[in-house]
Write a protein that binds this ligand. Structure first.
Ligand SMILES: [Zn+2]
Length: 156
């Protein structure tokens, strides 16, 4: 998938301070795609060089100016993997709003938990995990942001 060139000045790539004083990636906020299939969840093993490298999270990143959370989450997933996001139906979303900055988790459902190949340099691999093990000692080491959000999105 080739993205159309962005109009000048509309990229959301950059840092933003929220009302709580944190520094976050994404001038216009950020979004991520949480893909579920039955009792499985698709996670991205993040490249070692990246922020919190080596941990597992969901594909996502900065929203561009006037870009919906859904569009941003699907675009980021398509940039980071070979996942075909077109057929994935949104079933829920969770907004973590810090004031002046927010992270939207877009929850979608896949019919089948098919293998997903990586694309670009931000991932080591994609793998399906049983939802029940995430956040437990039997599960993978989660990215801190996703670990914080997971209890909120697990049951929606
Ligand atoms: Zn914040």
């Amino acid at each position: 998938m080739t993205a159309a060139p962005l109009p000048r000045g509309s990229s959301g790539d950059g840092w933003q301070y929220c009302a709580q004083g944190h520094k976050h990636w994404g001038i216009y906020g950020a979004a991520g795609l949480l893909v579920r299939s039955g009792d499985l969840v698709l996670l991205q093993h993040r490249a070692l060089w990246s922020h919190h490298g080596g941990t597992w999270g969901i594909p996502g990143g900065a929203r561009h100016l006037d870009e919906s959370a859904d569009a941003a989450a699907r675009r980021e997933a398509a940039e980071e993997s070979e996942l075909d996001t077109g057929p994935l139906l949104e079933t829920a979303r969770y907004v973590d709003d810090h004031g002046g900055w927010s992270y939207t988790t877009v929850v979608v459902t896949a019919d089948e938990a098919l293998p997903v190949a990586i694309r670009g340099g931000e991932s080591v691999e994609f793998q399906w995990f049983r939802a029940a093990v995430l956040g437990t000692a039997d599960g993978p080491e989660l990215h801190p942001g996703f670990a914080f959000t997971w209890p909120e999105v697990r049951d929606i």
